[in-house]
Design a protein around this ligand. Structure first.
Ligand SMILES: Nc1ncnc2c1ncn2[C@@H]1O[C@H](COP(=O)(O)OP(=O)(O)O)[C@@H](O)[C@H]1O
Ligand SMILES: [Mg+2]
Length: 1045
């Protein structure tokens, strides 16, 4: 095993490793470590702690965090490591734990218990509920310390009571609550303290810390020197601030759950105790001369009465007299001053100790666990240490008895039981001797022959009883006992010892000899309070005070005496022992390095004594020879079988073989192991830690394996589910699709079927039905509508006048084409009728008109005006004028046109009128005056005509050059009826020569004139052409400009 971790250590951290193993080296080692501020040392799993008497920076959250993560041997020895082992074992292995803290007064037990508690509080569960439980548990300390601790010579903060606290946890290791048991408060301190010591802290805290108002209400003075019960010499303790501790106390009580009212009542009772001490008693004499007592100054009693609601007269009577009650009568006797003082002090002590018990009960109420679930328990025992004072009394006797019992637990569990086990298990073993203090315990507690039994016997015995009769009895009984000494037994053995007084006996405790003074043993054991006092207290209106004295209720009064203090203590110690034996013990052995509470001072002699009686050396020897760890094969195999392939996951062989297999596979050295009959023994804790570490690693592996399997399983399941789902979905989808398709096909098939069936049926049934009835009907209807339409049309035909273009609208849209056609037809028919009625002359006239239209329509501006005017032809009255008829000469046929025209002189543009005649063959132009001078132009020599597009009547008659008249050149004429004239001329030319006369509509044309030609240019005048007025202007010789107005 590697010990590298020890190399940097000072001395040895575990005394088991000490070489050579002797008392001297053990002390040296402790001293060396102590001087280097290493106050903790192990003996295996036992922690030895040497009080440093100075603040060391090895506590607090940082260190807690460190120790919680490491195993016992990985870090320096520390109380946290021990607390951690205990807590983890409680949490993980479900073993109830107890932490036994032993040592002399001032060795550091209370501090150790607080460190353990704060460690456990820090590492156990978190959460609001848990935190409040923790807070309550932790805050119980300052409250109990205020009321139960005091400065002693040995310890400024000495616990004057024993305390055993069970902290209860749930299965997860979270604290649920707790339970405190207190043992025998040193109540004599209330009324008297040794030199240099103090009363309980609370009195000083109250006086220093309460504000003026509170003090006044409690009827107290701030100055502590005014109180008889407070030691005048030592009101202050170095490094202790009573005032601020009072504030802390108040805070703590509130956290625990005390109400303001309860807090106040507690203070009132405390104040009452303090004030009781100041009640001075004075001698008085009764009439018969018997000494009696009275209150010297009534004010104190008065104030007490006011404070707790008590009649001061009654209180005085209770203090100064005593009622003896027998079955038959009541006798009141006066008390002497001494007796009255005794009664007063007894009352003060009783009130205070009952108040203390009440406070513990009240705290327990708050921290009690009320859920019924299964709990795990960690007990922390901080009991007053072994005490050897100058003058030892009943209290020390009881305290030392208790320590004796605790030592026995230690011996039983670590020395005796262990060695016996090796023997039982057949492990080769050389016995280590140790001192078994069973005999001393017996001496004290034996039911018939123990000192406590004797004391009880004396207390109950009728007749004269005193402390000396008790001592005599002891001397008689234990004269031969090797642990009992007294003056008498010494005398018998002819020894002489100055230190042994007459009224004393001595017990050789495991931790040393202690001489006890029997004085007041009987009294203290009886622990009786005069009934007058308890009854007076019960009458108080103060609810708390009253509740402390239930036996004061006259109805409850019983003559049966309560168990003695010794008997009570014995039974509560017995309960405690039973409790401790049922749990897994963890030891803290506190050692006081010097008597002066001084830092860095190591008194070897003093430590040697402690080391001796604590049996440290024996402890180391047993430890070293023995085995650190043992467990039944079954349990061991169960825990570690996962470390070997042969035992994991199944092992069918025997348990022992299984364990051998596991350890064999791990190739453990045989020195480290021993196989007992039923158990396996492992020598060093390192081996165990190694096993634990292996197990932890293996658990990780297994956890990973389980995780792996689980994840795989989960994924597989998930996958399968997905697959199943997918198949389901796709099957549904496909099904659905097919269904839809099928439905569509079915619908189509049905449709086709329906058609086919219909068709077949129709075919079949055609013979039974008139086929095409609908068509016939439709036709019929259509026809009837058409008939109706036509008949109505017939009745509403418009007039036959061709100018009438009206036509009735079609009644239905589908007739509109027909209607339109009918309209056109009707119109044509009207026209035909019209034409049929015309005479040949009219026809001729219309033909001429038609010809005119063909020639001029759209070309000449004067054409439209000519349309309605019939062509007269004769405008000069030729028919009636024979003279004019001559102008025609010999020409056959009728004169087509006779009219007066203007001839434009081509030379100068001047006009002169002429008569123009058109016949079927010629154009004859004559002078109106001189009818002889006429020009006859044969129609076939007319080459063409030019007219203007305007409304004027100007036209040019172009003659072909070869004609006879042609030589004169073309004619430029103006006619009133130019359209008619030219139309007729055109027709005449067509008739005569089968030639179409070219009629040119133009604004510019040239007129031939003799050999040359003149260009005629016609322009529209500004007049817009109302009258056909012409003005011709010659422009140069070759140009004639005609302006049409
Ligand atoms: N671990 C420690 N660190 C510092 N001081 C300590 C330690 N343990 C004890 N002391 C000092 O010793 C004094 C007495 O310790 P305490 O626990 O009250 O003794 P016990 O309860 O054994 O009588 C404390 O008031 C404190 O000053
Ligand atoms: Mg203490």
């Amino acid at each position: 095993m590697d010990m590298a971790f020890l190399e940097s250590s000072i001395g040895v951290e575990d005394l088991v490793l000490l070489e050579p193993l002797e008392e001297e080296s053990l002390l040296k080692n402790l001293q060396l470590r102590y001087e280097n501020k290493e106050i903790y040392t192990y003996i295996g799993n036992v922690l030895v702690s040497v009080n440093p008497y100075q603040e060391l920076s090895i506590y607090g959250p940082e260190f807690i965090a460190k120790y919680r993560d490491y195993t016992f041997y990985e870090l320096k020895p520390h109380i946290y490591a021990l607390a951690n082992v205990a807590y983890q074992s409680l949490r993980d292995q479900d073993r109830d734990q107890c932490i036994l803290i032993t040592g002399e007064s001032g060795a550091g037990k209370t501090e150790a218990s607080k460190l353990v508690m704060s460690y456990v509080a820090a590492v156990c569960g978190k959460g609001e509920q848990v935190n409040s439980v923790k807070e309550q548990l932790l805050q119980s300390n300052p409250v109990l310390e205020a009321f139960g601790n005091a400065k002693t010579i040995r310890n400024n903060n000495s616990s004057r009571f024993g305390k055993y606290m069970d902290i209860e946890f749930d299965f997860k290791g979270s604290p649920l609550g707790g339970d405190i048991t207190n043992y025998l408060l040193e109540k004599s301190r209330v009324v008297k303290q040794l030199e240099g010591e103090r009363n309980f802290h609370i009195f000083y805290q109250l006086l220093a810390g309460a504000d003026a108002q509170l003090l006044k209400a409690l009827k107290l003075e701030r100055d502590s020197s005014g109180y008889t019960y407070l030691n005048r010499e030592a009101p202050r303790v170095d490094g202790m601030d009573d005032a601020s501790n009072f504030k802390a106390l108040q805070g703590a009580m509130i956290v625990i759950g005390f109400s303001e009212e309860e807090f106040r009542q507690v203070l009132e009772v405390t104040a009452m105790v303090l004030k009781l001490g100041n009640v001075e008693l004075a001698d008085e004499f009764q009439a018969n001369g018997v000494p009696a007592s009275g209150i010297r100054d009534g004010r104190g009693v008065q104030e007490i009465g006011e404070l707790v609601g008590l009649n001061s007269v009654e209180l005085e009577r209770a203090l100064c007299s005593r009622t003896m009650e027998t079955a038959k009568e009541k006798v009141v006797t006066a008390l002497s001053v001494i007796q009255a003082q005794y009664a007063r002090d007894a009352l003060a002590k009783n009130i205070y100790s009952r108040l203390f018990n009440w406070i513990v009960t009240r705290i327990n109420e708050s921290i009690k666990v009320d859920t019924g679930e299964k709990r795990k328990v960690m007990g922390v025992l901080d009991i007053y240490g072994f005490e050897i004072l100058e003058d030892n009394s009943f209290e020390q006797f009881v305290i030392n008895y208790c320590n004796e019992k605790l030592q026995q637990v230690f011996i039983e569990l670590t020395l005796k039981e262990e060695q016996e086990e090796y023997k039982r298990e057949g492990i080769p073993w050389t016995k280590v001797d140790y001192f078994d203090n069973g005999v001393i315990c017996d001496l004290i507690e034996h039911n018939q022959r123990g000192i406590l039994a004797m004391l009880d016997e004396e207390c109950l015995r009728p007749g004269v009883v005193s402390d000396s009769t008790f001592l005599a009895k002891l001397n008689q009984l234990f004269s031969k006992h090797e642990h009992y000494e007294s003056k008498v037994t010494q005398n018998a053995q002819r020894q002489y010892d100055h230190s042994m007084g007459l009224g004393c006996f001595r017990i050789c405790h495991y931790a040393g000899k202690v001489t006890y003074n029997v004085n007041s043993f009987i009294d203290k054991n009886n622990d009786l309070l005069f009934r007058d006092l308890s009854q007076a207290m019960w009458k108080a209106r103060h609810p708390l005070l009253r509740s402390l004295f239930p036996e004061g209720d006259p109805k409850q009064a019983s003559l049966k005496r309560p168990p003695t203090a010794g008997a009570q203590f014995k039974s509560s110690v017995a309960i405690l022992m039973k409790n401790l034996y049922s749990k897994n013990p963890n030891y803290i052995r506190c050692i006081k390095p010097n008597e002066h509470q001084r830092r860095a001072q190591f008194s070897s002699a003093l430590v040697a004594v402690q080391a001796r009686y604590l049996g440290l050396l024996e402890n180391v020897r047993v430890r070293r020879a023995g085995y650190a760890y043992r467990q039944a094969y079954g349990a061991f195999l169960e825990r570690y079988r996962l470390l070997s392939r042969s035992t994991w996951p199944r092992w069918n062989g025997g348990e022992r073989e299984g364990v051998e297999k596991v350890l064999g596979d791990l190739s453990m050295s045989s020195e480290e192991l021993a196989f007992g009959k039923t158990k396996i023994f492992i020598r060093s804790p390192k081996t165990l830690f190694y096993l634990e570490e292996q197990r932890r690693l293996r658990l990780h592996q297994l956890a990973t394996l389980i995780q792996k399997m689980y994840r795989g399983w989960r994924c597989r399941i998930h996958y399968q589910l997905m697959r199943k789902s997918q198949i389901l979905i796709s099957s549904w989808f496909r099904g659905n699709m097919q269904k839809k398709r099928y439905e569509k096909m079915k619908a189509s098939a049905l449709l086709i079927q329906a058609f086919v069936r219909g068709w077949k049926a129709r075919k079949n049934y055609r013979k039974y039905f008139r086929s095409g009835a609908a068509l016939t009907l439709a036709n019929f209807i259509y026809r009837s509508i058409a008939r109706k339409f036509l008949l109505r049309l017939k009745d509403n035909l418009p007039s036959t006048s061709i100018l009438d273009k009206t036509w009735p609208a079609a009644p239905y849209k589908y007739f509109s084409t027909a209607n339109h056609e009918l309209q056109k037809l009707f119109y044509r028919w009207k026209c035909k009728k019209f034409r049929d009625r015309l005479s040949p002359k009219q026809v001729e006239t219309l033909r001429e008109k038609l010809c005119a239209s063909e020639l001029f329509k759209g070309k000449k501006a004067s054409y439209p005006q000519s349309v309605p005017i019939p062509f007269h032809g004769d405008y000069i009255g030729l028919q009636r004028n024979p003279k004019l008829q001559q102008l025609k000469g010999g020409e056959e046929g009728p004169v087509l046109v006779a009219e007066t025209v203007m001839k434009v002189n081509r030379g100068n543009g001047k006009t002169s009128s002429r008569i123009l005649l058109l016949t079927k063959g010629h154009v004859i132009i004559t002078d109106t005056k001189n009818s002889q001078a006429k020009t006859v132009i044969a129609l076939d020599s007319v080459a063409g005509v030019s007219v203007t597009s305007f409304k004027d009547g100007l036209f040019s008659l172009h003659l072909s050059e070869i004609s006879s008249v042609g030589s004169k050149g073309d004619f430029l004429l103006v006619s009133e009826h130019v359209v008619e004239l030219l139309t007729k001329m055109y027709r005449a030319v067509l008739d005569a020569t089968q030639r179409q006369l070219p009629v040119t509509v133009t604004e510019e044309f040239s007129v031939r004139f003799k050999e040359s030609s003149v260009a005629v240019k016609v322009i529209q005048g500004p007049g817009g052409g109302g009258k056909r007025k012409l003005s011709c202007k010659k422009k140069g010789s070759r140009c004639l400009e005609v302006t049409v107005q």
